[in-house]
Design a protein around this ligand. Structure first.
Ligand code: ADP
Ligand code: ADP
Ligand code: ZN
Length: 213
């Protein structure tokens, strides 16, 4: 199963990806996580990408496409994968189609989690993430049992550097200007399914699993 989770920053893609990993036993490919790992490793690519990420701007397509090309070639992707936060521009979507067609595979479904901008700000500013296992919790909507401790792995929960009210604005602008055009692109490919992402986490999961069966 080759899936993609689509939606604004903070729509719940990472949260829902965790359930798909378990259900289908396929890896989540988050370009955001890969970029943050490169920053932690202080690679040239990471240092270059950081400038864009700190400002809430998209990282250049050439960097992102290179990352995905390498990642899809890894052996754990052979039975499928969940794309999370990629593609975010038309050139990225076109490159993905080309890449997948070269690999003899195609996208089974793009699941869009629809959440209006007004709700996004609260989701992003209250987000607490676990750098160790990638869990994405929320101080109000999805709190950890113990403050600052990840429920899943015991790691320390942190606030992402770009999760502030200032950066959210530019990230939403980038989403509407550069990413939203992909809605038509994937609707035309007949793979686009829209879900109400404002429901509780467990309800969204239920709708998502239902839409895939
Ligand atoms: P969120 O889930 O909150 O949108 P991500 O972890 O997906 O955050 O992305 C964090 C940042 O990494 C983005 O704001 C952007 O700068 C960069 N980024 C991640 N994925 C892409 C992509 N596919 N294209 C361009 N930039 C990306
Ligand atoms: P994305 O990967 O799309 O950027 P996340 O999965 O990281 O989004 O979710 C953003 C924030 O919103 C996190 O703090 C998460 O715990 C919270 N969240 C996710 N889904 C929901 C939901 N259905 N209702 C309320 N809060 C949610
Ligand atoms: Zn964790």
């Amino acid at each position: 199963m080759n899936l993609m989770l689509f939606g604004a920053p903070g729509a719940g893609k990472g949260t829902q990806a965790k359930f798909l990993i378990e259900k289908y036993n396929i890896p989540q490919i988050s370009t955001g996580d890969i970029l943050r790992a490169a920053i932690a490793d202080k690679t040239d690519m990471g240092m270059e990408a950081k400038k864009f990420m700190d400002e809430g701007k998209l990282v250049p397509d050439s960097t992102i496409i290179g990352i995905i090309k390498d990642r899809l070639a890894e052996s754990d992707c052979k039975d499928g994968f969940i794309l999370d936060g990629f593609p975010r521009t038309l050139p990225q979507a076109e490159s993905l189609n080309e890449l997948m067609s070269d690999m003899g595979i195609s996208l089974d479904r793009v699941i869009s989690l629809n959440v209006p901008d007004e709700l996004i700000v609260g989701r992003i500013t209250g987000r607490r993430v676990c750098p160790k296992c990638g869990a994405s919790l929320h101080v109000e909507f999805n709190p950890s049992k113990e403050e600052k401790v990840c429920d899943y792995c015991g790691g320390e929960l942190i606030i992402r550097k770009d999760d502030n009210a200032e950066t959210v604005k530019s990230r939403l602008e980038a989403y509407h200007a550069q990413t939203a055009p992909l809605i038509d692109f994937y609707t035309n490919m007949n793979v686009f399914t829209e879900l109400d992402g404002t429901k509780d986490v467990s309800e969204v999961t239920k709708d998502m699993i239902e839409s895939l069966s």
